[in-house]
Design a protein around this ligand. Structure first.
Ligand code: IDP
Ligand code: MG
Length: 217
């Protein structure tokens, strides 16, 4: 069996470092973010962290695109939305049945999906592909958790919203949380393919690369 040479090792290491440094994620400024004039503010935060926007466009998504983006035919995913909505009631005097007329996770998730489609078509969105070290986790960190009233200050959702499912679900609307970011590598890959299928994703260097990382891969 061939022995691993230092050269093989270096090549493997370079490849690994390359894939970490050039990880790509999908993110999107939702209609409330666009209509509140926060496009620049949100992109500024992405760039300030050292991440790079490598593709971008503004569109009003079709219902078909939204349904593909959110796996609305996946029962487990829909039920997870219901669980999240219930979590938002923790600490309030209301039960899920009081607030939503049901405590069934799937039924609750289904009503969230309907309002989510309306929300995502209420205006244009800015869809982006962002690249950089651990970009998926980094952009989620910049976004903050789903429910703005629980999101820390300093995050996009925490700084620009106080929305809570307690109010949103009773009003029959989606949580307005300004921004979407892929949660994991599988979501990132699917969402980039869905939103930028066949479109050019740009390859360029940032002026800070030399100072931040010293070495090019
Ligand atoms: P994420 O956007 O943080 O990844 P998901 O659980 O994937 O959160 O939910 C997708 C979107 O559905 C959320 O960003 C939010 O706009 C909406 N949403 C989530 N939970 C609720 C809810 O309880 N009520 C209304 N809308 C919700
Ligand atoms: Mg999600």
């Amino acid at each position: 069996m061939a022995k691993n040479t230092t050269k093989d090792y270096d090549a493997k290491l370079n490849k690994t470092v390359f894939s970490v440094k050039h990880q790509r994620t999908f993110c999107m400024i939702k209609p409330d973010g666009v209509m509140r004039g926060l496009i620049g503010e949100i992109i500024r935060r992405i760039e300030k962290a050292g991440l790079k926007v490598v593709a971008m466009k503004m569109i009003i998504p079709t219902e078909e695109l939204i349904k593909k983006h959110y796996p609305t035919s996946d029962e487990a995913w829909v039920a997870r939305l219901g669980v999240k909505a219930k979590k938002g009631l923790e600490g309030s005097p209301l039960t899920a049945k009081d607030a939503y007329g049901t405590d069934n996770d799937k039924e609750l998730g289904d009503s969230v999906v309907v309002s989510l489609i309306q929300y995502m078509q209420s205006g244009p969105v800015v869809a982006m592909v962002v690249e950089g070290i651990q970009a998926i986790n980094m952009v989620r960190k910049l976004a903050g958790p789903t429910l703005p009233f629980m999101a820390e200050m300093g995050t996009i959702r925490g700084d620009f919203s106080v929305d809570s499912p307690l109010v949103a679900n009773i009003e029959g609307r989606s949580i307005h949380n300004l921004f979407h970011a892929s949660e994991n590598p599988v979501e990132a890959e699917n969402e980039i393919k869905l939103w930028f299928d066949g479109e050019i994703i740009c390859d360029y260097s940032l002026g800070n690369d030399d100072i931040m990382y010293c070495k090019h891969y």
